[in-house]
Ligand binder design. Structure first.
Ligand code: ATP
Length: 211
């Protein structure tokens, strides 16, 4: 029998939303994994100038969102490492920590076109299984577009690791935009995360006339 694996779930989580939670939940059951690690990515300095939350605030929102799930944890390893920090470095770090335990990296279907440009992608694909999840607004990932851009054995493995997750039409960009416009976002967020955003007045909350 396979050893239960660990899911590495990297992202900006700016903010973490119900789409992320649904993805982690579905992937954990689909892969029979026993742990999910949410890894908050560092943001490039020019993005940090926009209306986005600080790393410590993004970590706190993840903590609040996953507080009821004992098998889910948050990692600050990408925020504390010298920059630039790549997915490859993160996976290598956890490969050392977890030895031969199966490791899965989750990504939404929107990540597919960029995959061949990821830093040391071929080594990364040898270190973990990269699982692409269906995402609302993006075509079902057939991965045909990767042919000729990655070795066939990696494409075959990626195809086997596509996860047909239910579609949840939410993105952090949409949430940030709606908050800035004073529009309702409550259904997209866990209650504690929405409370934190209001308390910290993140993403322009309270600045617009309608809020
Ligand atoms: P942004 O809109 O700021 O780009 P996002 O909503 O895509 O943010 P990220 O934190 O960048 O959220 O996402 C982390 C990972 O989760 C990415 O691989 C992304 O593709 C995936 N993801 C985010 N939301 C969804 C969703 N609703 N369905 C499927 N995958 C998702």
């Amino acid at each position: 029998m396979n050893k239960p694996g660990v899911i590495l779930f990297g992202g900006s989580f700016d903010p973490v939303h119900r789409g992320h939670i649904a993805m982690a939940d579905f992937a954990m059951r689909y892969l029979s994994a026993n742990k999910v690690l949410f890894i908050a990515a560092s943001r490039s300095p020019h993005k940090a100038a926009a209306a986005v939350a600080a790393g410590s605030q993004r970590l706190e929102m993840i903590r609040l969102a996953i507080s009821d799930c004992p098998q889910w944890e948050v990692s600050d390893c990408e925020l504390t490492r010298p920059q630039p920090s790549y997915t490859f470095d993160t996976v290598r770090h956890f490969r050392t920590q977890y030895g031969s335990v199966p490791l899965y990296w989750l990504a939404g279907a929107d990540a597919v076109p960029e995959l061949p440009r990821w830093y040391r992608i071929e080594e990364l694909l040898d270190l973990c299984r990269l699982c692409i999840l269906y995402r609302a607004g993006f075509k079902v990932p057939s991965l045909d577009e990767l042919e000729g851009r990655l070795p066939p054995r990696h494409i075959d493995q990626l195809r086997k690791d596509v996860i047909p997750a239910p579609l949840v039409d939410i993105s952090s960009t949409k949430i940030r935009r709606r908050i800035a416009l004073g529009q309702d976002v409550e259904s997209f967020l866990l209650p504690a995360v929405w409370e934190f955003i209001r308390h910290q007045r993140l993403y322009g909350y309270g600045d617009s006339a309608g809020a």
